[in-house]
Design a protein around this ligand. Structure first.
Ligand code: ADP
Ligand code: MG
Length: 292
């Protein structure tokens, strides 16, 4: 590609809301074989809402939601906001919290009025030594519905299973169709529950799912996709996507995402829509493919 064609392509990108932070990205994108995509905040709105709360025998809804929300009020995770909002809507007051701890990719714990409260994924509960078998069937159903199942334990007893659901962005289905039309394979990489991830992937026609990955695991997943398929573009919005954005042949950040993701990316999608990805790839093919 000539410097002129790069300039023209970069300018055309800007008109489409696709900001090339590195000119090289415009040249590399045309050779991408796989687009790997973060789920929360990239495919979905990143604003989950609480949909279900099923109690174990002997537990009271307002009590459990109050304890859980008090802990989640200390967390920055989108799941946390969903739970706190539900408690607020139900007029439940949040008791004071001490000893808050957040375990990235697993969940959160704290002491609330002398009670030990633990909330998180099934793998977190298992690590804490709680038996989740009693809720397994419910968790599977919730996952198959595309909801994220979470467990709450109070003083060592499993008290409730909670689900949150995060709506798919309106622009996502057409963007995935456009990537398929360009001959690309689409993969989802997420820290979320495997059944939940598979349910959402199958709704969207996504080809491959890597779920329940810890923050470092996204880099490993990108590396494996590169080894298996060739050039990989990765799309993400979060702090935990930054290493994968850097590892990919081309990293594309959602413009509405965190600054850390944007800093790590080669391309920024200003509109916040995934449609920017097929647009950028088509632009690369048109600019670099035809002009020499
Ligand atoms: P992602 O950003 O892909 O959802 P994370 O690594 O942030 O991945 O979270 C993975 C999982 O860890 C969540 O799906 C949830 O099960 C659990 N988790 C993380 N933070 C919290 C929290 N504050 N409350 C409850 N569960 C949490
Ligand atoms: Mg995200």
């Amino acid at each position: 590609a000539t410097p002129t064609s790069i300039m023209v392509g970069t300018g055309r990108g800007a008109e489409l809301g696709v900001l090339f932070r590195r000119g090289e990205a415009l040249q590399l994108l045309k050779d991408a074989r796989v687009v790997a995509v973060d789920k929360t905040g990239t495919l979905t709105e990143g604003r989950p809402a609480l949909t279900d709360l099923e109690l174990a025998i002997g537990f009271d809804r307002a009590k459990v939601l109050g304890l859980v929300s008090a802990v989640e009020a200390k967390s920055e995770h989108p799941i946390a906001r969903a739970i706190v909002d539900a408690a607020t809507d139900e007029g439940i007051a949040l008791p004071p919290v001490t000893d808050f701890q957040s375990v990235t990719g697993f969940g959160v714990t704290a002491l609330v009025e002398g009670q030990r409260v633990e909330i998180g994924a099934d793998r977190f509960m298992i690590e804490l030594g709680h038996d989740v078998a009693g809720f397994a069937a419910v968790a599977e159903r919730l996952g198959d519905e595309g909801k994220t199942p979470l467990y709450a334990a109070i003083d060592g007893r499993l008290a409730a299973i909670i689900a949150v659901a995060d709506p798919i962005k309106d622009t996502t289905p057409a963007a995935i169709e456009a990537m398929h039309a360009l001959g690309l394979k689409v993969a989802m990489i997420t820290g979320d529950n495997a059944r939940t991830a598979r349910a959402i992937a199958s709704r969207l026609g996504i080809d491959e799912v890597v779920a329940e990955v810890l923050p470092d695991g996204k880099v490993d997943a990108v590396r494996r996709l590169k080894a298996e398929h060739g050039k990989v573009a990765f799309v993400g919005d979060g702090i935990n996507d930054a290493p994968a954005l850097a590892e990919a042949d081309v990293g594309l950040a959602i413009g509405t995402g965190t600054d850390i993701a944007i800093e790590a990316a080669d391309v920024v999608l200003m509109s916040g829509s995934l449609q920017g990805v097929p647009n950028a790839i088509a632009l690369s093919k048109a600019t670099i493919g035809n002009i020499r």
